[in-house]
Design a protein around this ligand. Structure first.
Ligand code: KIV
Length: 274
């Protein structure tokens, strides 16, 4: 790798750079992380944006939905991630119940996230219904990323995790909300589990980067939950998920071997002692 390339990789990713990447047609790679060790690996591997997602509620805490995770827990995860990151932009989900009540509460939650964790931006779910919160957070200088389509914090309203905005009315509302979030000043938008044609239309209509998850290839970047793409989670098998590793089997194999070695007194060896 050339010295120039190495310097580029070390440069910190900013919201401005993400906009430039969209202009250049360079795709944005985003992944979730919730702890120091994993964040260090994926930052070093060149991911552009790290999302401390409220999916931590599922993959870290074992909850069925994202609803139970608290603001304190999100700040704990975000603080660990920020300590590890040298290059990526770190975005933190504002958890359910901490921005919908009032724009003042949304601002207070965002300030706590930014001050206590050192993260670079926040993300929240919804369109017109969270407009006041988005504007209030932005007024304090905190970058905001939107999230439309399947918004897991509203799972009990939807009833299922199936594809959203298949009908014209919902698709039109989503397009309006996407424009609204951009006009408010959001620096980016996540589109989750919507038809690829609609996602393509949104990405083409907006100047801010649109990051998809289950939203096809014609958007400005992709995001996946790290535990899913590394094959740590087993049960979750949506069509959009590509597994890049089978860590469940790798870890199971390593641990089984370790247990066997301990049981038959093959670990530690003489050389591994003092
Ligand atoms: O919480 C999360 O991991 C997310 C992604 C699925 C976009 O919001």
């Amino acid at each position: 790798m050339s010295v120039h390339k190495q310097q580029d990789i070390k440069k910190k990713v900013t919201t401005h750079q993400l906009q430039e990447m969209k202009k250049r047609g360079e795709k944005i790679a985003m992944l979730t992380a919730y702890d120091y060790s994993m964040a260090k690996i994926i930052d070093g591997a060149g991911v552009d944006v790290i999302l401390v997602g409220d999916s931590a509620s599922n993959v870290m805490a074992g909850n069925e939905t994202t609803l139970p995770i608290t603001l304190d827990q999100m700040i704990y995860h975000a603080t660990s991630v920020v300590k590890a990151v040298k290059r990526a932009l770190v975005v933190v989900d504002i958890p359910f119940g901490h921005y919908q009540g009032s724009s003042g509460e949304a601002l207070r939650s965002s300030i706590r996230i930014m001050k206590e964790s050192g993260a670079h931006a926040v993300k929240l779910e919804g369109g017109h219904e969270v407009k006041d919160s988005v504007l209030r957070i932005l007024s304090a200088g905190v970058p905001v990323m939107g999230h439309l389509g399947l918004t897991p914090q509203s799972i009990y309203k939807f009833g299922t995790y199936s594809v959203r905005a298949k009908e014209e009315a919902e698709a039109n509302q989503l397009l309006d909300d996407a424009h609204l979030l951009q006009e408010c000043g959001c620096f980016g938008l996540v589109l989750e589990k919507i038809p690829a044609e609609l996602a393509k239309k949104v990405a083409a209509a907006l100047t801010i980067p649109v990051i998809g998850i289950g939203a096809g290839a014609e958007v400005d970047g992709q995001v996946l939950v790290m535990q899913d793409m590394l094959g740590i989670t087993q049960e979750f098998k949506p069509r959009f998920l590509r597994r890049y590793a089978d860590l469940h089997n790798v870890i199971t194999g390593a641990v089984t071997t370790y247990v066997g070695d301990v049981k038959r007194k093959a670990f530690p060896s003489k050389e591994e002692g003092y």
